[in-house]
Design a protein around this ligand. Structure first.
Ligand code: CA
Length: 233
């Protein structure tokens, strides 16, 4: 018996699949391989993996279809891996419940970091009490009191700004699309929603002392959405 986390890799290009298997096994995970949607479906059912890395362009069907099927029955984290750099594809995959999106060619270190983050945060979301506190690096959130602290000092946010930060933290490690954030924070999106979100986010970044382009706490996936980085190992 081993108690390694199982990662299902659904990818039809053999070179990439072999590379991915070697990469995840070198990082202490057990790799399960599939090269079609159909095989991915079978492997998912028989192995119940802890995470799925899913290519979108598969020979028998679109990976999006497998993503939908997985999401229908489980919260298993799914990282989309695809050559398609089209923003529309990313947004669709994320809105359908993918946890993250990595575009080929990808950096090994980055992919491993995304895998760790997706597995850890799924456990975090499942285990955590919503009235508790959240901590990542020097940022902490007291959900009960609706207060945010950076290096122990309270950061004064408006209600809307707090709602955005709390939402991102509850899904930390996952990129939330602009429209899913807008829907969660304001309800029905209207014409000026994206602008409102951008203005609020600019204020949040200013209050948290984040420089544009700085890679910490809240990351802007340009054209797609925002992600809060989870605690590091
Ligand atoms: Ca492919």
């Amino acid at each position: 018996m081993n108690n390694k986390y199982k990662i299902l890799i659904v990818e039809d290009e053999e070179n990439i699949r072999t590379l991915l298997c070697a990469l995840v096994e070198a990082n202490g995970y057990q790799a399960i391989e599939a090269d079609t949607c159909e095989q991915g479906r079978l492997m998912f059912t028989s192995y119940v993996p802890d995470l799925v890395i899913l290519d979108l362009g598969l020979p028998d069907d679109d990976g999006i279809k497998l993503l939908k099927e997985v999401r229908k029955e489980s919260l298993t984290p799914v990282i989309i891996l695809s050559a398609r750099s089209d923003e529309h594809e990313k947004v669709m995959a994320l809105d359908l419940g993918a946890n993250d999106y990595v575009t080929k060619p990808f950096g090994s270190a980055e992919l491993v970091a995304r895998i760790r983050s997706a597995i850890r945060n799924t456990r975090h979301v499942l285990d955590d009490c919503p009235d508790g506190t959240f901590t990542t690096g020097e940022l902490s959130i007291d959900y009960g009191a609706r207060r945010i602290f950076l290096k122990g000092e309270e950061i004064k946010l408006t209600q809307t700004e707090y709602n955005i930060v709390a939402l991102l933290s509850e899904h930390c490690g996952k990129t939330l699309t602009y429209s899913s954030i807008i829907k969660a924070v304001w309800g029905t999106p209207d014409y000026g929603s994206t602008k409102k979100l951008q203005v609020n986010m600019a204020n949040i970044r200013k209050k948290l002392g984040l420089q544009p382009g700085q890679n910490s706490y809240i990351v802007n996936e340009l054209g797609v959405g925002y992600r809060m980085n989870g605690p590091q190992d």
